[in-house]
Design a binder for this molecule. Structure first.
Ligand SMILES: NC(=O)c1ccc[n+]([C@@H]2O[C@H](COP(=O)([O-])OP(=O)(O)OC[C@H]3O[C@@H](n4cnc5c(N)ncnc54)[C@H](OP(=O)(O)O)[C@@H]3O)[C@@H](O)[C@H]2O)c1
Length: 353
């Protein structure tokens, strides 16, 4: 099969290669064999290809197939599976830039595509939705008892979303709105501002504006926001935007280019705020029940029609993945870029529904 194979980390994303590799085979009792129809381009993929992600120190080392989010059609499933052959599914698994993938169903990271969504729409929502739901709104339940508190956003609160036009951020904006919060989205261009407004952001700020943090505070009644969702690693800025007693959840470092900032820790004390780290994948490795809980909570919002996929307009095929990664790295993408791998396989299944 064709796949984006990382035999060694690349120095430049232009050197990522699509090549022929063996088709994966079912070898664990809960494995599903999935024909991939679509995959999405994420910030994590750019880091994995370059070897710059913290997971590259232990969990993800060459050789591996790149790609972390897929949608597809189940081709083979064990008799005890929740999925039947022909089911449309989407989820998160390393190896998504390929024609086929084996997914361990018991890891909790694969779900049926809702009937009113296409696979392309589902992959644009993706596992990012479960990540953003877990970090932003999860309040009680098994994961919180076992892994600690999250931002626990409440109705009527002000939420600031950093990296709001990105794959995670665009879903976080909608999750915060669905939770009843007032949302301030921080983005990098006029086009991206329009995009986040179209999915419900109440206020939008361009991060190129000097002292944009002051504007956030004044929009949030002068005191600052209750919750910051930080997908870019701008913690000093986030702390400035928080009100006394607020919560800041760190989800990612998309703006840092590998240089993590040193923060003035006294600000945490002076403002009496909580700073929380949320790592979806690590929680799942420690206990797959936490993955299931985040997916369940998020899928409730999806089924209630509160989440719209935000797919980037450019079309990519599997052979175009290196170009798509470069587009993301160059800030040319808004929402999720979707890679179409085998649209025909889905059309056959939908025709039979
Ligand atoms: N914690 C977890 O469990 C978890 C899971 C998955 C991903 N992540 C992390 O979450 C982060 C976001 O992932 P993603 O796939 O959503 O990324 P993405 O789609 O590439 O989005 C990144 C966002 O960051 C913004 N950004 C980039 N540079 C910026 C800068 N200098 N200042 C302000 N904003 C900037 C981009 O806006 P512009 O293009 O306008 O600059 C874009 O909105 C990544 O760091 C990823 O590793 C964490």
């Amino acid at each position: 099969m064709r796949a984006v194979a990382i035999d060694e980390f690349v120095k430049d994303l232009a050197n990522v290669k699509v090549k022929d590799v063996p088709k994966p085979e079912i070898n664990r009792p809960n494995d599903l064999l999935v024909k991939i129809t679509h995959a999405s381009i994420t910030h994590v993929d750019t880091l994995y290809a370059l070897g710059h992600h913290q997971n590259n120190k232990r969990h993800v080392q060459p050789p591996f197939i790149l790609g972390n989010e897929f949608a597809g059609i189940v081709d083979a499933a064990p008799a005890h599976s929740c999925f039947r052959k022909g089911a449309r599914v989407f989820g998160g698994k390393l190896g998504s830039y390929a024609e086929w993938i084996c997914v361990d169903e018991s890891a909790g990271d694969v779900r049926e595509v809702p009937r009113d969504m296409t696979n392309a729409e589902a992959v644009a929502v993706g596992v990012s939705g479960a990540v953003s739901w877990g970090g932003l709104v999860k309040k009680v339940g098994f994961s919180v008892e076992r892994m600690g508190m999250r931002a626990q956003l409440k109705q009527g609160e002000w939420a600031l979303i950093l990296g709001a036009s990105g794959g995670l951020g665009a879903i976080a904006v909608q999750i915060a709105k669905a939770a009843g919060a007032k949302v301030i989205a921080v983005v990098g261009s006029k086009e991206k501002a329009e995009l986040v407004q179209s999915i419900g952001a109440d206020e939008v700020i361009d991060y190129h504006e000097p002292m944009w943090e002051d504007k956030v505070k004044s929009l949030a009644g002068g005191e600052g926001v209750h919750v910051v969702y930080d997908a870019i690693g701008a913690i000093e800025s986030g702390l400035k935007c928080l009100r006394y007693g607020g919560r800041l959840v760190i989800v990612g470092f998309a703006a840092r280019g590998g240089q993590i900032e040193d923060i003035k820790a006294n600000r945490i004390l002076l403002k009496g705020v909580s700073v929380i780290g949320y790592r979806f994948g690590e929680e799942g490795r420690r206990d797959p029940r936490t993955t299931k809980e985040a997916w369940d909570g998020f899928m409730e919002m999806v089924r209630a029609g509160k989440i719209k996929p935000v797919a980037w307009r450019e079309k990519y095929g599997l052979e175009d993945v290196p170009r798509a990664l470069l587009d993301l790295q160059a800030h040319r993408v808004a929402g999720r870029a979707v890679v179409t791998i085998d649209e025909g396989a889905e059309e056959g299944v939908r025709a039979r529904l």
